[in-house]
Design a protein around this ligand. Structure first.
Ligand SMILES: [Zn+2]
Length: 309
């Protein structure tokens, strides 16, 4: 008996298949579920992989079927899959949008969850609270979460998802068990994007050859600019974990603080490029400048520069 479509107007032409979870990840989660950590950080993979693992975790901790869990077919597993399980809280973009629609701040909306987290779950399992974009939480929300994790919350577990653990508050990570999903295949960018990425990385090191390029070389459309930013994000992810090739190694020389700045700049560039009005060349020019001017020993910072006099 399928429940009423209470929560979202999601099209339901037949049941969607269960999202795939890597067999090794599932095995790991099964072991963890024996004594579930109060907070689990899921990093690595891509956003849908992380969410699939988190939802699997919720099913694992609540599945009502005897035998191997999660069964994926019992009422609880189905409700979790549909996002209507009463012991599943999802603090995602839609949650914060809903807050806005109610004229509340995201912080207020999260504050409303505090008494819930102070209570045991309704069902036999665990109340699972998911934060799919934990790396984008407002600092006050992240701090509320931290306070929540500082106390025992019987029957409540939390899952924080982020591309890399470095993008979360260190104090949150230190209170959590970290599960690292297999990193996405480091696909080489297409030759056109690779050429722009190389030019940008070269400019960050030498201060040469970038602006001439965006001025004179045509063909930098939004799609290409987005692939350049995405390619740099992959290199950055590799640099943060000590992997990757030549470019990742060059980026890694910036050190943790430099990598974090680059990370923030790439996120901002990505957001800007998602606006149809932002000229792609200007966004990449901004990226070129904002990253170079803070590079220690950068030789050719243009424009604003920190002055010691
Ligand atoms: Zn089940």
């Amino acid at each position: 008996m399928p429940g009423p479509a209470r929560k979202s107007a999601q099209p339901d032409p037949g049941r969607p298949p269960l999202p795939e979870v890597d067999a090794r990840v599932l095995a790991r989660l099964r072991v963890l579920s024996v004594t579930p950590p109060q907070s689990l950080v899921i990093e690595g993979g891509c956003a849908p992989d992380r969410l699939a693992a988190a939802m699997c975790w919720a099913r694992l901790l609540n599945c009502a079927a005897p035998g191997e869990r999660p069964c994926g077919v019992c009422a609880v597993c189905r409700q979790i899959l549909d996002g209507v399980f009463r012991d599943l809280l999802i603090v995602d973009k839609a949650f914060f949008e809903a807050a806005k629609a109610e004229d509340k701040t995201g912080t207020d909306k999260v504050r409303e969850l505090l008494p819930i987290w102070g209570q045991p779950p309704h069902g036999e399992g665990q109340r699972v609270s998911l934060f799919p974009e934990a790396h984008e939480l407002h600092p006050t929300v992240a701090n509320l979460l931290l306070k929540t994790l500082e106390e025992p919350r019987p029957g409540n577990v939390f899952v924080l998802m982020a591309p890399q653990r470095e993008r979360l508050l260190q104090t949150l990570v230190s209170r959590s068990f970290v599960l690292t999903l297999p990193w996405p295949e480091a696909r080489a960018p297409e030759p056109d994007a690779a050429e722009w990425i190389a030019a940008l990385a070269g400019f960050w090191e030498t201060g040469l050859g970038w602006f001439e390029r965006t001025i004179t070389k045509g063909g930098l459309d939004r799609d290409l600019a987005q692939r350049v930013v995405l390619g740099l994000q992959r290199e950055l992810a590799a640099a943060m974990t000590g992997g990757g090739g030549n470019l990742a190694a060059r980026l890694a020389r910036r050190g943790p603080a430099g990598l974090r700045r680059l990370d923030l700049a790439l996120v901002q560039a990505q957001e800007a490029l998602s606006q149809p009005t932002a000229p792609p060349a200007l966004v990449l020019d901004w990226l070129a400048t904002v990253v170079i001017e803070k590079t220690p020993g950068g030789t050719a910072a243009r424009g604003r520069r920190y002055s010691t006099s």
